[in-house]
Design a protein around this ligand. Sequence first.
Ligand code: ADP
Ligand code: MG
Length: 627
Amino acid sequence: MALFQISEPGESPEPHTRRLAVGIDLGTTNSLVATIRNAVPECLPDSDGRAMLPSAVQYAEDGEIVVGGAALKHRGDDALNTITSVKRFMGRSVADLRDESAARYQFTTPSGDGKGQLKITTRQGAISPIEVSSEILKALKRRAEETLGGELYGAVITVPAYFDDAQRQATKDAAQLAGLNVLRLLNEPTAAAVAYGLDQKAEGTFLIYDLGGGTFDVSILRLTRGVFEVLATAGDTHLGGDDFDAVLAKYAFDTWALTRALSPAGQANLSAAARAAKETLSTETSATIKVNWGCGFDSSVDVSREKFVELSQPLVDKTLSAVKRTLRDAKLKANEIDGVVLVGGATRMPHVRAALESIFGKAPLATMNPDEVVALGAAIQADQLAGNKTGDGDSHLLLDVIPLSLGMETMGGLVEKIVPRNSTIPVAKAQEFTTFKDGQTAMALHVLQGERELASDCRSLARFELRGIPPMVAGAARIRVTFQVDADGLLSVAALETTSGVRAEVTVKPSYGLGDGEIASMLQSAYASASTDMQARALAEARVDATALVQAVTQALAEDRALLNDNEAAALTSQIAFLKQLAEGSDHRAIVRATEDLNRASTDFAGRRMDKAVKKALAGKTLDQIV
Ligand code: ADP
Ligand code: MG
């Protein structure tokens, strides 16, 4: 397997010329920029001393574009033009959207079929998520250049581990639009591990638990001999700190016995108050949710931490099921995890930490600021990639996984999995196939993604043909099919007939437009239908074997009927007809039995044909030529 090096060799700059490089955590809720100063990674604050920039962009009147906290204030009163959580829409089409957060905006699609990347309709026109993200990136770039006093050489931008190719590409496009040189995209969990210096350890398996504002991600990373590998990822794209706010907001709403639904502005007020109370409860044992409705009218209610824990425990439990799923996927037990890393502002809640401690039997790593740790890790990587060697200048090998298996359609509409799900990328795997018919000179190849046994239940990625195979008997051609997934998740499939050297290949983007929700449902249906799939596979396999044998014996009869007496020939002919008929039905056991019978019945015939062939080959040759 080809590993790729993250440190570009031969790129070290002259001594003393440090290149300005930053790490950017482009978050759903908040974004940050960090750099290495005096050999220490640190987040760069704005002029008011705040490191976190809310990921909000308002397309205001008179053409102004407002970014950050100032934009967030208009979420209630200018909802359609104030874009938050735009990360959810990156690399997505309207057809991909299924959630309620989408309902806040009006969307258009350039191509009109709902499949192209979406745009959001604002008073300043239709804006793509890439443009919205680029505004956030521009603000961070400006902040960094002002603070550091120079032009940036480049940036490492973090993305969730599960981001597919389209989402990664969209992130790169946003950076380019913001005038940033992307040194590389880095997975968020890996960045967090780097920030904790886990990459400096010789070996270990770490679980990264990231509970942000609106999303939850959990990843298991393994470090062996300098190779950082993502073993498994899971999460929930609609679970985060916001849901904890919502639980408190509902509690207040019910306590005050409000009867009417709130206006958007009232709702925004209540959410903000609930969020403030939630954050207070991370350090205090009680807090007050206080809302000023305007016109001298306000409401308040006290909440104890105990009450909050009781109300929000189901949300914490949901994250724990995902944690357990990654453990299962990575085939690990909780006690095999060497450390749990906390990421995301919402992991400041003590009951989240306590829950993790009870599963893993040890306190999670929490010495760093959980909302800064991703940006800090990205800054460390950026510094290395810019060639500013700090420390021992280790090169890191960073690997990702593919979320769904990749395979080929084989005879009978079955799927042969070639790269199993959760394989680390980059990866190259090859498998040999052969021809099914005598004299076959072309082969159709169908590349599939999914966990199901039947091709028709998987997602079709590409079809291509290998032509020019020299005519041979069935099964003699050796067609080597190679699947290669590169570091950016791009798949190429090549087919090579090894005796003749003819080849064909195709490049596909395996995960384009596949949301993690879709991935989850594809996995779910694979588990749910495992037994029907097994039956379908058994039947299809039985049919393939039967058909191959029928063809072979029919062919042999046509060529060497003379080697049989009339009774023998009639018996074989009727067995062939019987098997052909069975193969059209769906009783796979009967097909297997009849195939075995025909196989047995024709063994003697095959022996005679062999003798004949040997005699023919030996005819006219002397003994010393034979031995
Ligand atoms: P994202 O990765 O989605 O951009 P962050 O990591 O910045 O998000 O997390 C934002 C979430 O963290 C918000 O829901 C916020 O309320 C929550 N948060 C921040 N500080 C605290 C705290 N002290 N206690 C509880 N939650 C907090
Ligand atoms: Mg985050």
